[in-house]
Write a protein that binds this ligand. Sequence first.
Ligand SMILES: *[C@@H]1O[C@H](CO)[C@@H](O)[C@H](O)[C@H]1NC(C)=O
Ligand SMILES: *[C@@H]1O[C@H](CO)[C@@H](O)[C@H](O)[C@H]1NC(C)=O
Length: 159
Amino acid sequence: MLISVAINVQNLYDLGARRIGVTTLPPTGCLPAAITLFGRGTNKCVAKLNKDAISFNKKLNRTSQKLKSKLPGIKLVVFDIYQPLFDLITKPAESGFFESRKACCGTGTLETSFLCNARSIGTCSNATNYVFWDGFHPSQSANEKLAQSLLEQGFDLIS
Ligand SMILES: *[C@@H]1O[C@H](CO)[C@@H](O)[C@H](O)[C@H]1NC(C)=O
Ligand SMILES: *[C@@H]1O[C@H](CO)[C@@H](O)[C@H](O)[C@H]1NC(C)=O
């Protein structure tokens, strides 16, 4: 049971909300910044961080089941961001991407820059095929793919 999530949902419910969506954690260990910082030069997703995210997401799911049985009339959807993003990162070509390790901004050695904009040095000329815009954030084109998946998952909320 994730107490903070349960309290937040309960509060929203008490305020009258009946359609509530919460999102899971992403595969934290696959973010370019995480690989650069903790990947020990392997270029692979950091297994420990992904394991922690999966464990959190399972708890989130159980918490959501409990809340659903406790709060009459609630429509509560857990949007899974982990799997669709993990798929984009591990099988980028299947969705038309070619780069999921390097971010568009800061391509090269340091992918942790928070000074990313179209004119910063090292920003790629076209982010369309990059899964990541910077070390932490999916690119706009990746977000569009993720949004499609979330829309399908959220059908319960609008029906
Ligand atoms: C939550 O649990 C349900 C039922 O056990 C499962 O179908 C679903 O895929 C799980 N969702 C997540 C985000 O883990
Ligand atoms: C970026 O690349 C995509 C796919 O290769 C292409 O469709 C698009 O026109 C390009 N955009 C620019 C501004 O070059």
